[in-house]
Every structure is written in C-alpha cells, then in structure tokens.
Write a protein of this length. Sequence first.
Length: 167
Amino acid sequence: LVEYIKFKRVFIVVDLPVPEKLSIEPEDIKLDIVYEDSSLLVINKPAGMVVHPAAGNYTGTLVNALLYHCKHLSGINGVIRPGIVHRLDKDTSGIMIAAKNDAAHLSLSHQIQNKTAKRSYLAIVRGNIKTDSGTITTQIARDKNDRKKMAVVIEGGREAITDYQVL
C-alpha cells in the first residue's frame, strides 16, 4: 500500500498471516436421539460431553457427533457450532435441540429468547429448602475469577428466572 501525503512517500507494510481454515470433523459417536424430523433433532446429551469444539476440547463433542449423523445442519452459528441453538455445560446431562436448517434455528432461538419455549431440570440439592416452591430472580454473568464459570452478579448480567418445586 502506497500513499502520498503532502508530496512525501509513505510506505505501510502489512503482513497478514494466512487464515487457518476452520473445519470440524464428523465423528462416529453414539447419540441418544429422543426425536428427529426434517427440521430438528432432540438429543439426550450425557454428562461429560462438550457441546461444541473450544479450547482443550476439539474432538468428541456433540457437534462432531451431529456432523456424522446429519448431512445438513443450520449454518447460523458458523462452522464451529452448526445446528446448536442452546447449550448445556459439559458436566450437565439433559435434552438439547439441534436445528437442521436456518428457519428452524431462527424459530427455536426466538422461542427461547421470548421465553415461549420452556425448559425443565431436575436437580439434587443439599441443605434445607425453606419453601416447597418459589421463584428465584437474579442476574448471571461470567465469574470474574474464573471465566469458564457463570456466577450470580448484582448488576451487568443477564436476567435469570427460575421457578422451582421440591419433589
């Protein structure tokens, strides 16, 4: 790139590295498929499985398994997270929905954002729960001491509303 500024030559040299091609390899990993149609998959994700490749977990993920199982997944989240509408932590088991096309992905994302899609969890807790049911309203954000974890914060987080009932 050569520019002329007030009749003086200024040379700017830019050295850009060659971009690395992102690719996730399909892997023959058994999936516990609860439901499947032409638009989506409902999978029972086991504890210990990472949802999508990230630092330290480039293989053995749900995405690797989905790519092996499906010919087409929604491309909205790019190469690293095809079809992934929401996520569960590595050590959390539970139902996940994967979108096979962009229309299904957008619809599911809007349902989650607008809270018209409901999610239920069972948890084992320790301690004395004072009421048999209730609502916990708080904010969550990345933990300031451990960015891999989420934490309750006073301000600056996303609203989190949990209705609970003791079984």
